[in-house]
Design a binder for this molecule. Structure first.
Ligand code: FDA
Length: 491
């Protein structure tokens, strides 16, 4: 029927949702998970590559929405990559069973302990570094590329060139772990198995190699027999009932985005894990539409994790440029975090365009010293974001410093090929915050002013963590759900 009762409901199947599902299922609880995106594994539809964008390329769009080179038209389909556009920032998110893990680059970076302590002064950092981070590495299947393979593989010329140039400019580089199976990658290089990372697959999904959540946490949770995942189910808004249970209005859609059924879900316990922007939208919209009670901290302390994209072009390709062949999986980073004046971390990013475009691409991650705020605009019926150039001014200064120093040592110019004036202040892959742990919630993600509502996703992190965030999101979710279960919240 169209009215469904579920004792425990989780909205969203990304990192926070997948961790919550596994631990609750292991504790013997029946869990229903609602995900607006498609269950790709079940559908049998392959993911498309960056050079041949098809069904999985974009969430109901007529044209691709990659950060650059959107020359491809599409038939609207419930694809894996979505983008939310605001005046000064565009935010990319993953859609589908597995959430962001389907589209992301798999970079599995543990934050610096000193910065973790600064961001989360009330958490027991020692416990996180001895217990939760190692646990998450194991569950997510984090591994590291073999240095010999890296040294010779033509698909990693972009990394080798990036690192050599960084060293020449006096920067320190680090090896970046990933959830992509590097043993699989070595086999794909030898053509023993189908290619994925070496076939421009990443932001529209990987058909092979990547241990996305459907292969890790969600798989384990399903194996308990206690989890039901309902895909193509989009939560519109929630209502608080007099008996402190929740009622959700949900639209079931088909793969063209058409609504096939309006459903109502009633639940005793509700976990929102729709990702930073998804969770904020559900809470703020429900507040506007249903007078859903929300704490004054909801929407505050939002940040872009210091994301700032930039690039360099060489006047003449150095050491053969970055190469026409590029792996989609980044393994190199530049660590300038200890620099007091210009603290940043940079991913040496691939630009797999199938030709040598003599361009080096970098995603900087900076501190976020000025936070933004998310609210709901009742006229446009959309989220609005208090975020402008003032929030990214220091990030731009760091990018400028970085590019200048690299160019002085290595030649090259700021890339105008990729962005207006070479600076992508508006590119955001890591929206964080808005339901900050201990501020909008109790110590373990239970929302203030509520008895049966929890938030377990990137919105718990106050806008910044200094590195790519999914390892931290997963670790915080592990910590919260363990304690919530221990406190008998789901008894
Ligand atoms: P996440 O966004 O993963 O999941 C939320 C889920 O909820 C989605 O599946 C969504 O469809 C669903 N949902 C939303 N609203 C809903 C509604 N109303 N009803 C039903 N379902 C709803 N990070 C990193 O550490 N290393 C990396 O290499 C990268 N690279 C990267 C590349 C790109 C292109 C992107 C877009 C992002 C990254 N990231 C990354 C970021 C990382 O993917 C991101 O931080 C996490 O996926 C966030 O995890 P959450 O659990 O918060 O939500």
């Amino acid at each position: 029927g169209n009215v469904i009762d579920a004792p425990i409901l989780i909205v969203g199947s990304g990192y926070g949702g997948a961790v919550s599902a596994l631990r609750l299922c292991e504790a013997g609880k029946k869990v229903v998970m609602l995900e607006m995106g498609l269950n790709w594994e079940k559908s049998g539809i392959p993911f498309s590559s960056m050079l041949k964008p098809g069904k999985s390329a974009a969430w109901l769009k007529k044209k691709t929405i990659a950060p650059f080179m959107n020359i491809f038209s599409l038939t609207p389909f419930t694809g894996t990559l979505d983008r939310m556009d605001f005046e000064h920032i565009n935010i990319w998110v993953g859609r589908g069973v597995g959430g962001g893990s389907l589209v992301n680059g798999g970079m599995a970076v543990t934050p610096k302990e000193s910065y973790f302590k600064e961001v989360f002064p009330d958490l027991d950092a020692e416990k996180f570094y001895s217990t939760y981070f190692p646990l998450v590495h194991k569950e997510l299947k984090v591994n590291i590329i073999d240095e010999h393979f890296l040294k010779d593989c033509p698909y990693y010329q972009f990394t080798r060139v990036g690192e050599e140039e960084a060293h020449k400019a006096g920067f320190k580089t680090i090896r970046v772990p990933n959830v992509y199976d590097f043993q699989y990658m070595e086999k794909e290089y030898k053509n023993e198995v189908p290619r994925s990372a070496f076939n421009t697959e990443v932001i529209y999904g990987n058909n092979h190699g990547k241990n996305s959540l459907d292969k890790t946490y969600l798989k384990k949770a399903l194996e308990t027999g206690n989890l039901e995942i309902m895909d193509l189910h989009c939560v519109e808004n929630i209502k608080l009932n007099d008996d402190k249970t929740y009622t959700l209005n949900v639209q079931q859609i088909d793969t063209s985005g058409a609504v096939v059924s309006d459903k109502v879900f009633n639940c005793k316990k509700l976990i929102l894990a729709a990702g930073t922007m998804g969770t904020l939208k559900i809470l703020l919209q429900s507040n506007a539409v249903n007078k859903f009670p929300i704490h004054e901290e909801i929407g505050k302390n939002w940040g872009n994790n210091g994301n700032f994209m930039t690039g360099r072009n060489w006047v003449k390709p150095l050491s053969g440029g970055t190469g026409a062949k590029q792996s989609t999986i980044p393994v190199g980073g530049i660590d300038n975090w200890e620099d007091k004046e210009h603290p940043f971390f940079t991913e040496i990013a691939p630009l797999p365009m199938g030709m040598d475009v003599a361009t080096a691409l970098y995603l900087l991650i900076n501190r976020v010293d000025k936070k933004g705020e998310v609210s709901y605009d009742t006229t446009t019926k959309k989220l609005s974001l208090n975020w402008d150039q003032s929030h990214t001014a220091k990030m731009r200064e760091n990018a400028n410093y970085f590019i200048k120093k690299m160019n002085r040592a290595n030649g090259g110019t700021r890339s105008h090929f990729l962005f207006n004036n070479g600076f992508g202040a508006d590119v955001c892959y890591h929206p964080l915050g808005g339901c900050v742990l201990g501020k909008a919630t109790n110590d373990y993600g239970k929302l203030k002013d509520h008895d049966n509502l929890y938030v377990l996703d990137g919105s718990l992190i106050p806008g910044t963590i200094g590195v790519n965030p999914f390892v931290t999101i997963t670790a915080i979710a592990e910590y919260c759900i363990e304690n919530l279960i221990r406190q008998n919240e789901f008894a």
